[in-house]
Design a protein around this ligand. Sequence first.
Ligand code: NAP
Length: 415
Amino acid sequence: MILRARVLVSLVTLSPRQRVLRSFYNFPSREAKLRAMGGRLSHPDADLKDKVVIVTGGNTGIGYETSKALAFMGAHAIIACRSTEKGQQAIDQIKEEGQAAGKTDLKLECMKLDLSSLQSTKQFTEDFKQKNLPLQILICNAGIFCVPQGKTDDKLERHFQVNYLGHFLICLELLPCMLNTDGDKRIVLLGSSATSSGVWDPNNLHGDSGYSRLKFYGNSKLYMLMQMVALQRRLKDSGITVSTADPGFTRSGMQQGDIGWMKIIAKPIVAMGAGRSPGQGAMTSINAAVNPALNTQQPVYYANCKPIRILRTAANEQHQEELWRISCDLLKDYMSPEIWSKYSPSTETAATAATQDSGNNDGKNDQPTTTSDNEDKPPSAEDKPAGDKPAEDKPPEGEQKDDTADDTAKDKPAA
Ligand SMILES: NC(=O)c1ccc[n+]([C@@H]2O[C@H](COP(=O)([O-])OP(=O)(O)OC[C@H]3O[C@@H](n4cnc5c(N)ncnc54)[C@H](OP(=O)(O)O)[C@@H]3O)[C@@H](O)[C@H]2O)c1
């Protein structure tokens, strides 16, 4: 009924070009479909006064909107980015938007972080620790997408280091700050439906025996999902919830790459207003970070603000532990002794023992919300604009602020 009404309204109000576009890609819009299914992109307005949040890559795109929303809720928001100049510009812009929205007392700062350098990543964690602040929310948002084959100065594949390994180091090094903080604490990793193109191939983590941009982006997101489950396993009863949020296809810096299909398809579609606004894209991570109902201490994967099942490739506990071992090995010169002694596979006992006991575990022993075969999932959201998979479970409970309607209206392709 609602969809029919939208069809009629659209026929009257949209220009011919908008109608063609909608029928090609976005009509009925993803959000309309979601609402018709009872789901919505929304998050509650939490009180984050006196709470400290870190958003990596918070200077632009989804990270910018996430930092802004959390700062508007009262948090001390730390934008961790590779250019402090860009970070300061983002802060000025958020404050300007705050003025217009009547939020005058915003607390924001930016800190230098270049995830393509392990030295810089380690330095960032040291600089944060120096501040002696609590840490309630850590959002691992920064990322690169489908970059040409290449290695960082640390001689690691670029997606692997920037998207996955650097965030792994930050999570581990900042764990003591979180563990010393009272109450509800959350780590949110940014996922992607491109995970479905990822494979677990420990012999080719750095593309030396074959590389494709989308596959290696998907791999890095697969590793983040695996990290979520392995980390949460170690943080039982710690008060920390580790989750992953897929923002869905969102207009951002991600589609500005130079490869053929991005130039020919993604850029023009995005230029015409298709996909989610960065504000909409940020909803799922914000909800995972602040919704009181999601303090689950379970590794849950969210898309469209609702839990979805995890790929079998990510749920394999043996593979998760293998990745953990490889990651610790690569980071051994950068992990502080305290973290090394607690979390490196040579010294930790519980999780390793669990892995050995589990033998050829195909993931069935993992957390109920995360294990299932999801291999039919459509290609990546970045690869294919309409690639989000609708969530299947109940929407989160709690008082919800629904920004979908406004943003959907804004999202109409320009006339
Ligand atoms: N947009 C989508 O459709 C989509 C879909 C699924 C998942 N995601 C995920 O959502 C997250 C945010 O992406 P977005 O869409 O907002 O993209 P974006 O606009 O390109 O923003 C990416 C952010 O990551 C930062 N970054 C890149 N390399 C970095 C490095 N070496 N060190 C530190 N920061 C670095 C960028 O900093 P600079 O400004 O300095 O470049 C920027 O702040 C990513 O993890 C992405 O994989 C996006």
